[in-house]
Design a protein around this ligand. Structure first.
Ligand SMILES: [Zn+2]
Length: 71
């Protein structure tokens, strides 16, 4: 996807599946390990895309869709 996160970590997260800091650090919930691989893929792509686009605008949704279809 042409992005390079500075750091990726898996940890306990109470209220969400993942997050992306403004400094390019990604966190994923430990609970994701028990989820459906397709769902996990979606969450990972979502967060990686935030390294390019920090919001959930039109472009974000468009790219998310195309990455999902191509991976
Ligand atoms: Zn998001």
């Amino acid at each position: 996807m042409g992005v390079s996160p500075k750091e990726v970590q898996i940890r306990e997260m109470k209220r969400k599946w993942a997050s992306c800091s403004s400094k390019g650090r990604l966190s994923f919930s430990k609970d994701l390990l028990d989820q459906d691989p397709e769902f996990v893929k979606e969450v990972v792509i979502h967060e990686l895309l935030h390294l390019k686009i920090p919001n959930h605008g039109k472009l974000f949704k468009l790219l998310l869709k195309s990455y999902k279809e191509s991976l």
